[in-house]
Design a protein around this ligand. Structure first.
Ligand code: SF4
Length: 309
């Protein structure tokens, strides 16, 4: 294997991380680099370990997405689904196993292999009832998936009509790599339909930026016009769906937004051509709520004066 380079790229989550806290952004995208190597210095290794942690809400989202990905793979191959009961039991077992792995800090030895939760790392007070409610929320998401009207359409798709399932892909805006992962994508008549699973409770948040990025990706990847793209957000806690037609999205506005965001990220770098960043150039958020669930709090100089600044 050649030498790995920390290449600059853009994603919606990267943009959100920078907006939430510049120092958190530095930890995540720069300070952790190389920490997969046991020979790396101890702070880099620790940043890398902490980077892999999820908070409990993100954990539920990851687990539900994984289950749905497996179910759709099954559906694509066999045009049928395993019984809901078996899937619900399997999900419950996985959640229990993750919880134990996290509580026992197995992620400290193999951060990518074992789930680690911020709540355990930082011993945040979460009572058993709250854990049970979260597990129940995951089950409701999967149960609602089984009752989606769209499932009938998915069951009847020809294997060739399936396009992507949770693959990490990229396209370019202004020469910069933009990462995209579609939850599910298929052809239907003359359209391409993109599904986006939502596992949180809020149905009010505006996701038009994310939908616009997906539409730009789909348009470029499959050489189609935006009016041939239909995007569906599926709110799994209720089973409701919200649709966006590609032609109604402000794709020029999305492109401008991404270009501006890329420029802001690049101005923060000490050596942009090498994608190198100095920690001290990245300030701290003043929003305390961000720090409460932050992976990196135990290393952050904001909370440990006298550490690296
Ligand atoms: S603890 Fe707070 S200030 Fe420090 S990196 Fe995290 S969010 Fe930013």
């Amino acid at each position: 294997m050649g030498i790995l380079r920390n290449e600059f790229s853009w994603s919606k989550s990267r943009n959100e991380t920078l907006q939430s806290c510049p120092r958190r952004y530095w930890f995540h995208y720069y300070g952790s680099w190389g920490g997969w190597d046991w020979q790396s210095d101890s702070r880099t290794r620790e940043i890398y370990v902490l980077k892999q942690l999820h908070n409990r809400f993100a954990w539920i989202g990851v687990k539900v997405h994984k289950v749905l990905e497996e179910l759709l793979q099954h559906l694509r191959k066999s045009k049928s689904l395993p019984s809901y009961q078996s899937v619900a039991e399997s999900l419950q077992n996985r959640l229990r196993q993750d919880y134990r792995d996290s509580r026992d800090a197995n992620y400290r030895v193999r951060p990518k292999r074992f789930m680690g939760l911020v709540e355990h790392e930082y011993q945040l007070p979460v009572n058993n009832e709250e854990w049970r409610t979260l597990a129940n929320q995951a089950q409701i998401c999967v149960k609602n998936f089984y009752q989606l009207p769209i499932l009938n359409q998915l069951k009847n798709l020809d294997p060739s009509e399936w396009l992507e399932l949770e693959e990490l892909n990229s396209f370019q805006i202004d020469g910069c790599k933009i990462w995209v992962s579609l939850d599910a994508c298929y052809r239907s008549d003359n359209q391409i339909v993109l599904l986006d699973w939502k596992t949180g409770k809020s149905e009010k948040a505006d996701h038009s930026l994310q939908m616009g990025i997906y539409a730009m990706y789909a348009s470029e990847k499959w050489g189609i016009q935006p009016n041939q793209i239909l995007l569906k957000e599926v709110f799994l806690t209720t089973g409701k769906t919200r649709e966006y037609e590609g032609k109604s999205l402000d794709l020029e506005g999305v492109q401008n937004y991404v270009t501006d965001s890329i420029k802001k990220m690049l101005t923060l770098l000490s050596r942009p051509e090498q994608n190198q960043a100095d920690e001290s150039d990245f300030g701290f958020t003043e929003d305390m709520t961000q720090c409460t669930l932050c992976n990196f709090r135990k290393l952050c100089p904001k909370w440990h004066s006298g550490d690296t600044e």
